[in-house]
Write a protein that binds this ligand. Structure first.
Ligand code: P1T
Length: 388
């Protein structure tokens, strides 16, 4: 499109922001600038690009589009969600600093915090905000509060505005991992959060063909510091991955609506299934965080966690018995995935700790894709039958 994208709706921004027609050829889609370096006219005089770790046109287009969708002034892309997390924490938490983190986060995030940073001197409290209010957990000296909401895999919902108030009262910053909700359903920056993080590997790209991450933020000083570290540390995505993510973003809201519609239908069905002990879905009135979810989210998406009757052995057999749901880690793609957190995505958490958090051995996590919901339901029923 021509001209400014100011004031346009989300769906329009997703297709056009940062992507004017390419000036030389008129190409409608931003090209893959598969290049590492750029000719300089004189020493130090270039056309905005000098080296692709620092900046690349395909990455610039992606960053502009991501920032617009999250309502941020800036976005910085990384080679993975964990690379985004790592650069953010190293930039904003000085060595030895105290971090409060939700107790239910992606297993890889927990591993980075507990097994990499903690031995190097940073200090962490992993907190269940349902039982320990943020005003108690966050203390003078806390530098960063890290929350995922909804959480992975238990789908707990944390009150972002309340965490922000408690954190800002002691001068701490708040980072929200918005991977599960996406900006289609939740806007942490509008609720006062300082940073939003995504594994773009998931819904934002949406086609299970890229690993990537992003940090979005609006404070200019913080942006300058993070951009300096993005270049200095260098965990940046390649142009092809940026292109694919940019393409995936164009259909984000259409995909999220369908993920959610099918997800809700499967939740209703699982809730009354005799082989299911519990179902976690915050948009259902029976969920303990339903009220917070209604307040801060406009929808939910297609993640479901449920506890199968029969424990770990049945869970192991169940996830191998589906045909359409593929047994795999990750989530947010067009194809449905199934996994058992205790043995897969959250296996890096010690078993006692895992059970204390509430990740039961029989917990099954579904990423509901875009296949026909009747086929998905029949596939799950088949797995119930085969493992009875
Ligand atoms: O895999 P990577 O792009 O590095 O993103 C890490 C990450 C960060 N935040 C959340 C909420 C995540 O779910 C993940 C990755 N999660 C999986 C691979 C998974 O199957 O849950």
């Amino acid at each position: 499109m021509k001209g400014s994208t100011d004031g346009l709706h989300f769906d329009t921004l997703a297709i056009h922001t940062g992507q004017p027609a390419e000036p030389v050829t008129g190409a409608v889609m931003t090209p893959i600038f598969q290049v590492s370096t750029y000719a300089q006219d004189q020493v130090g005089s270039h056309r905005g690009y000098e080296y692709s770790r620092t900046d690349n046109p395909t990455r610039s287009a992606l960053q502009a589009c991501l920032a617009a969708l999250e309502g941020a002034k800036h976005a910085l892309s990384f080679a993975s969600g964990l690379a985004a997390t790592d650069t953010l924490v190293r930039t904003f938490v000085p060595h030895g600093g105290h971090v409060v983190c939700g107790d239910d986060v992606y297993g890889g995030t927990y591993r980075l915090f507990d097994k990499v940073y903690r031995p190097q001197g940073w200090s962490f409290d992993f907190v269940d905000f349902r039982s320990t209010p943020p005003e108690i957990a966050i203390r003078p000296g806390t530098r960063l509060v890290w929350i995922e909401t909804p959480t992975n895999p238990l789908l707990k919902v944390i009150d972002i505005a309340r965490v922000v108030a408690a954190a800002h009262a002691v001068g701490a910053k708040v980072a929200v991992d918005n991977t599960f909700a996406t900006p289609v359903f939740q806007r942490p920056l509008a609720l006062g959060a300082d940073y939003v993080v995504h594994s773009t590997t998931k819904y934002l790209n949406g086609h299970s063909d890229v690993v990537g991450g992003v940090v979005m933020l609006s404070d200019e000083d913080d942006y300058a510091r993070l951009k300096f570290h993005q270049n200095a540390i260098g965990a940046v995505p390649g142009p092809m991955d940026c292109f694919l993510t940019l393409r995936g973003l164009k259909t984000l809201s259409v995909r999220m609506a369908r993920h959610q519609e099918s997800g809700n239908r499967l939740v209703e069905w699982l809730l009354q299934h005799p082989d299911v002990a519990t179902v976690a879905s915050p948009l259902h009135p029976s969920h303990p965080d339903h009220e917070i979810a209604r307040r801060q989210m406009s929808g939910f998406g297609g993640m479901i966690s449920f506890e199968l009757r029969g424990g770990l052995d049945r869970a192991r057999a169940f996830v191998a018995a589906t045909r359409i749901f593929t047994l795999a880690e990750s989530l947010g793609g067009v194809e449905s995935l199934i996994e058992t957190p205790a043995l897969m995505t959250h296996a890096s958490i010690e078993p006692e700790k895992r059970r204390a958090i509430g990740i039961a051995d029989g917990l099954i996590r579904l990423s509901v894709g875009l296949e026909h919901v009747d086929d998905l339901r029949a596939d799950l029923q088949r797995a119930f039958d085969l493992t009875r």
